[in-house]
Design a protein around this ligand. Structure first.
Ligand code: ZN
Length: 240
């Protein structure tokens, strides 16, 4: 194990403080991103429902228009047949036209019954589409203000993260690259904790007892000691 000076341990402790904050802020910002995605996808769901409801309404409106147009056509036919009735010469022609008028009237009755159903359907669709639009607008407003609030909060955290990254970089300048590499590796293995205290012979990283001889070495602080359990670099914490 390479000998280190006491200031090196102090520097590593400082580096650890920055690292801990960086890991914490990364996790906070990651959660923020997830929260934002969740809000966006919730709004998208409502938008999809609104689209569907508006589509249903458009279909219902088209059905009404088609039905009304068809009634108009049948109506025109009835008028025409009635006009023709006045000009017929033979009884046979008269009977044929009379039947035509009768058939068209029945057809018109059926179409009008159908139209009532279509109108009823359209009315229901209008109410649903209107409510859906209101719900969407309300949610869009809520989500937009929530997003803004999240954005504001996370911009403070982003700033803080920048500060700690800068701090980490500056501290790193005072450390040997090999020591820095070691720090990185151990940090990666231990969720961002590479340096930890030893209190009464207990590693505060993994809470295992370290061998007494090693504890003495840590107390001396003359060399860089790693915990045999978790590999974290150890420093002595004086709680007395
Ligand atoms: Zn340990």
């Amino acid at each position: 194990m390479k000998d280190i000076s006491k200031p090196d341990i102090a520097t590593l402790v400082k580096l650890q403080e920055a690292e801990t904050q960086i890991v914490r802020l990364h996790s906070v910002l990651e959660k923020v991103e997830k929260e934002k995605t969740k809000l966006t996808s919730r709004l998208q769901q409502f938008a999809k429902a609104l689209d569907q409801n508006q589509e249903d309404l458009a279909k219902a409106q088209a059905a009404c228009r088609d039905s009304e147009r068809e009634i108009q056509i049948v109506d025109d036919r009835i008028i025409k047949s009635n006009e023709n009735l006045r000009m017929v010469k033979t009884n046979k022609e008269y009977q044929v036209l009379l039947r035509e008028v009768d058939d068209n009237r029945k057809r018109k009755d059926a179409l009008e019954t159908e139209l009532l159903e279509f109108l009823d359907e359209k009315e229901k669709s209008e109410i649903i589409a209107e409510e859906s639009k209101k719900e969407y607008d309300l949610l869009a407003e809520q989500i937009s203000s929530q997003q803004a609030e999240i954005e504001k909060k996370s911009s403070d955290d982003k700033e803080l993260l920048e500060e700690y990254l800068e701090q980490q970089k500056n501290i790193g300048k005072h450390l040997e690259p090999s020591l820095m590499d070691r720090f990185r590796k151990i940090s990666k293995m231990n969720q961002g904790e590479a340096v930890t205290g030893v209190d009464n012979g207990v590693c505060l990283g993994c809470f295992m007892n370290i061998p007494p001889q090693l504890f003495i070495e840590v107390q001396k602080g003359a060399s860089l000691i790693s915990c045999p359990q978790c590999s974290r670099i150890l420093y002595h914490v004086n709680t007395d």
